[in-house]
Design a protein. Structure first.
Length: 152
């Protein structure tokens, strides 16, 4: 279920609140291969199933940055800010990849509002996000992503 926030002025009241979770999405080999092609990162642990089967994870794994790149798309299922002129992805304060995403895993994003600061014309929002692999003990990605939303 998507949390809808009506305008930048309501974001400040959301600090500390967990916003919810996205749907689960499968990270299959085709997605991993397309990411490898887009980034020119063809390391065997990502794209060579036969070699990866003998490696430390027993299968291919998603690139860490592929996992991170899913955050904006999945986060759009978690939170929507309406009544704004526009919003931009401003960056990340911290990103860690504590556990791999094995091929054919299901992942989802959970998010909480960490902070809201005024900026000229709007607010800067830091969201603590985790990318979870279904059934895994640790998240595959823990990040604090930063967005700016500008008043309409």
């Amino acid at each position: 279920m998507t949390t809808t926030i009506d305008g930048v002025d309501k974001l400040g009241a959301m600090v500390g609140e967990h916003l919810g979770y996205s749907d689960w999405v499968i990270v299959d080999q085709a997605r991993i291969d397309r990411f490898a092609d887009a980034t020119e990162d063809h390391q065997w642990i990502h794209v060579d199933p036969e070699r990866a089967a003998k490696g430390p994870f027993g299968t291919t794994i998603a690139h860490g940055y592929l996992t991170l790149s899913l955050v904006p798309w999945l986060l759009a299922q978690v939170v929507r800010v309406e009544g704004v002129a526009f919003g931009v992805n401003y960056g990340c304060n911290k990103v860690r990849f504590p556990a791999p995403v094995p091929v054919d895993s299901e992942v989802r994003v959970g998010a909480s509002v960490a902070s809201v600061e005024d900026v000229e014309g709007g607010v800067q929002v830091a969201l603590d996000v985790t990318v979870e692999v279904r059934g895994a003990a640790k998240p595959s990605c823990a990040a604090q992503v930063v967005y700016r939303y500008y008043r309409a």
